[in-house]
Structures are given as C-alpha cells and as structure tokens.
Design a binder for this molecule. Structure first.
Ligand code: KIV
Ligand code: ZN
Length: 533
C-alpha cells in the first residue's frame, strides 16, 4: 500500500480517545523497542523485537512504539512486521518533523490494526538554538506542517515537544495548542534529560491543563528519563496532575540512565490505589516474564535489588523479617510475588513424560512448535529430565526459546567435551556443523570458557570482539539450567547471543554460536547508519 492511498480521511477514522483527566484509565505506551533499543549495546534483531512485541501485546500494553523507521532498514522492517502481527495494541513508529521521516514511518505502520505516527521536534531554547538551529517561529511552523502531514496519513498522531520540561511555558503552551489544532490526539511532554523533580513536573502538567485552551481534545502523555533516578516518580506525579498516558520501558531500559520502568509504574499504581486510583490495561502477572525476556535478549542484567523484578525484590534474608513473614506476609511484603508473575515455580514433568504431554505443556505455555523443532525440543527435554531432578516451566521456556533461536542457523552446536579444573591446561573438544558440514576442533585456553571459545574461533575464524559474557541461573539449585548471554562486536556493530543448558559451558558455546550467527546475518544485510532521537 502506498503512503498516499490510505489517509486519515478514511470514513469514520476519527482518533479514538480512550482517556482524559476525568477518566481514571492510564494508557501504557511501551518504548522498549525504540528508546530502549537506543541504549548502547541493546540492539535487537527482527525475531527478538517481534517476540517482545507479541509479549507486550499479550500483557495488555496499549501502545507499542516499535522503532524509528527512517533510522535504518532494520528498524523499518521491524516496525512493519510488528504492525502486521500485532492486533490488539496500537503500533507506533517514531519520526522527526520532516516529510520524508513521516512518510517512511507511515509506510511501516500503515499495516497495523491501530497505527500511530509519533512525530517530535525540540522546543527548548537550548535545543532550538544549538541542535536545530531554528528560530521558535520556524519550529512552530514545522509543527503545523509535520502534524498536518502526519494526520493526513494516519488517524492517530502523537506529537512530542522534545526537551519539553526545559521549554519556556509560553512557547510550550503555544506549540501544544498548535499541534492539537493540526490534528494530534496525544501530546507527549518529555523530560528528555531527566532533569525535572516530581513537584515541578506535576506543576508543569497542571500549567498545561490550565493554559492550553484546546487541551481537552488531546490525551496528555509523559516520557521521563531517569538521569536523576526520578523517572517513575515524575511520571506518577504527572498522572496525579492529569496526564493519562505514561511512556515507559521494561526494566527501565533507554537512552543513558533509561526511561521510567514499566513494572514500577504498573505496580505503584496497583499497590497504592488508595492514593492513585488509576487503572491500566496491563496484566501485572506478565511482568517477570517480560523482564526476563528483555534482559536475556539485550544482555542487560537486572540488578538484584531492582524494584519489582530484581532477584531480591521478594527475598527475605534477615531472621527478624523471616519471622515476621511467617506470622503475616503483610509485615514485610506490600505486594505478592504472584502479582508480578513470580508464583511458586510449578514442577511440570519428569523423564517419564511422553511426547503428547510435552506438546500439551508447550501449548499451555503459549508455544506452537513445528514438527522438526518439536523432535529436537523433545530430545533435549528428555536429556534435560535425565540430568535434572525437577523440570520447571521456566526450564521448558528456556529450552524452547533456545531451540527457536538456534533452529535456522548456519553454525550449529553438536557436542562439547571439556577438561577443566586446577591442573591445566583446560581443553575443549567441540563439534559443530557449518552449513551442514561437520567440523571438530580441540583447543586449550585460559580456563574452560576461553578454551571453548577458542575452539569456535579455530573452526569459524572471525575478528569479532567479546564485549560481554554473562551467566545467570534460570531456576534455583546447583542443577539449575544456566542462561548465558554473549555480546560480540564487529565493525562497530554489536549483537547478543543467548544459550541455555544445565551445563554452563554448553550454554556458553551455544550463546557464542548464536551471536556469531547473528553477526553473519548482519553482514549479509548492510543497513544505512542508525540515528537516534
Ligand atoms: O526523550 C525524548 O524526548 C524522546 C522523544 C523522541 C519522545 O525520546
Ligand atoms: Zn526518550
């Protein structure tokens, strides 16, 4: 479909206004795939972005900002594919104020059941003078042109005043009024540099409601960065002042110190209904799964004491606390682990479970696995059940994720034998398949992981630099599966690979091979230089 064929003039295509200050419903706008991906090292490939988008849809996120289509062919493709697949959430693409950006954005989002163009321009004196080198009047005209053009293409347009929190009030009100007149249904006020403090930010939002005459025709949104650790506090203060869309990311991923963390916004609203009687459409039970998925894909570890999703968020170590918990969970727990999807791990199956039960279990976990992948997954499940006393849902999810990720690759892991311990040299014998051809190498290294990675390098020579090697346990106990993330960099491009196995070294080899396969794919599709918002 060409950009010209579909326009906002579609019969009945008026902007759906789901919420207003009078309503208690807060729209959750997730930008993990756009602002989150702008974190250095957090780049994701198409399959990974789709996987995250589908989970966000399933968890009830209202708007998914899937990328910045003009930034690269990869970004464009991801936004377009997500637009085609997601049915229940609005799919949004970011664009600067130029027509070319907006057209490219529409080209990608037009396939969505609910498409949105999100266009932005800076409005603060500092940004206008030094970044844009435009006068306020020129910026004002650019807003009229960009929002009008976007609205001619898309029934749903969001406009952002970049660096809004440092914009002069008179100019902020003038530009917001103009953007609404030009057709923007959502006005986003970002604290782009994470400079605001909650009282001040709430006052800014109140000022906008008091002074912009047509503000009732739009939803006011906020987009807060975390440079002072106040992104969530500022977002909640803004909601108290009338904002009804919060832009956020899973695990607080995003430029520099990140964005407001979605899990914190959701759980704060849910836990403090007494003071913040607002509703969202997000099913909080999905939070842990989303956090783990984003962490595994990006390789960004969640700090143990991170609110809501840190490993210690629901752990009670001290005797006094444990004693209190035994008497009444409310003594030290303000929300239940189950409410964020951290219920007791369920024992699923053992080594006697058959193929049918295995398939049913996968369906229950939301996986539809093809016949080939099923054969291999079942073989690996049997192997896992032989080696591990108890197989949990999390183990199966990791195993299937691993199988899906590694199914189509040029380099395939076959087997690994390692000699480790204090009496070196540590030696790895690794068997691979490269484009279907069997290869084997035995190498030594400075430790078993190094020996394993050297074996890969011996069979698949490459210059990529290892930037990150991270191991975490999927469940508890010494027989838990290890989940390994490896980040490789070549020619300034970095990729993350993941691998899971009860043997940490096998998981490491799988993760390295996964990353290398992704580098091969990246080499094959050379995209134009990326840019950031
Ligand atoms: O931080 C910011 O101002 C942004 C805008 C593009 C919304 O990310
Ligand atoms: Zn941002």
């Amino acid at each position: 479909m060409s950009a010209n064929k579909t326009s906002a003039a579609k019969p009945g295509a008026t902007q759906s206004k789901t919420t207003s200050p009078a309503s208690q419903r807060v729209v959750i706008f997730d930008t993990t795939l756009r602002d989150g991906e702008q974190s250095p090292g957090a780049s994701m490939n198409l399959e990974e972005k789709i996987k995250i988008a589908l989970l966000l849809e399933e968890m009830g996120v209202d708007v998914i900002e899937a990328g910045f289509p003009i930034a690269s062919n990869g970004d464009f493709e991801a936004v377009r594919e997500i637009a085609k697949l997601v049915k229940n959430s609005t799919v949004c693409g970011l664009s600067r104020a130029g027509r070319g950006d907006i057209d490219r954005c529409w080209e990608a989002v037009q396939y969505a059941a609910r498409p949105r163009i999100h266009t932005f321009i800076s409005t603060s004196p500092l940004h206008m003078k030094f970044k844009l080198q435009m006068s306020p009047d020129q910026v004002h005209q650019a807003i009229i042109d960009s929002v009008t053009h976007a609205r001619n293409l898309s029934p749903d347009v969001e406009w952002s005043c970049e660096d809004g929190s440092r914009t002069e009030h008179d100019f902020l009100c003038r530009t917001i009024e103009t953007a609404i007149k030009a057709g923007a249904g959502t006005i986003n006020i970002p604290d782009t540099v994470g400079y605001a403090i909650p009282e001040e930010f709430a006052a800014l939002i109140r000022m906008v409601f008091n002074r912009v005459p047509n503000i009732d025709k739009a939803i006011v949104s906020v987009h807060c960065h975390n440079d002072l650790g106040l992104a969530v506090a500022n977002s909640l203060a803004a909601v108290g002042a009338g904002a009804r869309q919060v832009e956020c990311t899973i695990n607080g991923l995003g430029e520099r110190a990140g964005n407001a963390a979605m899990e914190e916004v959701i759980m704060a609203l849910k836990t403090r209904q007494d003071l913040m009687p607002f509703a969202t459409g997000v099913k909080s039970e999905y939070i842990t799964r989303a956090s783990r998925l984003v962490s595994a894909i990006t390789g960004f570890v969640v700090q143990p004491n991170k609110a809501i999703v840190g490993a210690n968020a629901f752990a009670h170590e001290s005797g006094i606390h444990q004693d209190g918990m035994l008497k009444h969970a409310g003594t030290y727990e303000i929300m239940t682990p189950e409410s964020v999807g951290l219920g007791k791990s369920t024992l699923v199956m053992g080594k006697h479970s058959g193929r049918h039960a295995f398939k049913m279990k996968l369906q229950e976990l939301g996986f539809e696995v093809g016949d080939n992948a099923m054969n291999e997954a079942f073989r690996r499940f049997k192997d896992l059940a032989d080696r591990k006393k108890e197989v949990y849902d999390e183990d199966l999810v990791a195993l299937i994720d691993d199988e899906i990720q590694h199914g189509q690759e040029r380099i395939k892991f076959v087997s690994l034998q390692v000699i480790a311990g204090s009496r070196g040299p540590q030696t790895a014998t690794l068997e691979l398949e490269l484009d279907g051809k069997p290869l084997i190498a035995t190498t030594t290294g400075n430790g078993p992981v190094d020996a394993t990675f050297n074996a890969i390098k011996a069979m698949v020579p490459h210059e990529a630099k290892l930037l990150l090697y991270q191991v975490s346990a999927i469940t508890q106990g010494t027989d838990a599966q290890a989940e390994v993330t490896v980040r490789l960099e070549e020619d300034g491009k970095s990729v993350n690979g993941q691998g899971a196995d009860p043997d940490t070294l096998v998981a490491s080899a799988r993760a390295y091979i996964h990353a290398l396969n992704k580098l091969f794919t990246k080499r094959a599709k050379t995209a134009p230089a990326a840019m950031s918002a």
